[in-house]
Design a protein. Structure first.
Length: 121
């Protein structure tokens, strides 16, 4: 056996034997807590609502902040607890969204339409 072959075999053996010594096990991920799961669900819900309202930029940021804190902004900028939507409200929101989409409303026009549509008796 030549010196070159011996060196290659020795280097390969050394690499194989020491590779396990340097391998590190990744730390096991902890299961999310109930609080984390609730926050994820709230984030998903708020994102869906922001998308439904076609919010962008600062308006979306402000909405997400309020939504995630569990309130709705009033004219003074304070928040009050957000009531759970009833099935009637959900149906009304769905109908208003469909109508706004049908009319291809965007931006401020859509926002104004949605406000009047949702408050109409």
């Amino acid at each position: 056996m030549s010196v070159k072959t011996f060196v290659v075999i020795a280097a390969t053996a050394f690499t194989l034997l020491t590779s396990n010594a340097f391998a590190q096990d990744a730390p096991a991920k902890k299961a999310p807590t109930e609080k984390q799961l609730a926050q994820r669900a709230k984030m998903k819900s708020c994102n869906a609502e922001a998308k439904t309202q076609s919010l962008k930029g600062d308006d979306r940021k402000a909405f997400m902040k309020t939504c995630l804190s569990g309130g709705t902004p009033d004219a003074a900028g304070s928040t009050e607890p957000m009531p759970a939507p009833t099935s009637d409200q959900k149906a009304k929101m769905k109908a208003c969204n469909a109508e706004a989409k049908e009319k291809t409303l965007k931006g401020d026009d859509r926002k104004a339409f949605m406000k009047t549509c949702l408050t109409a008796g």
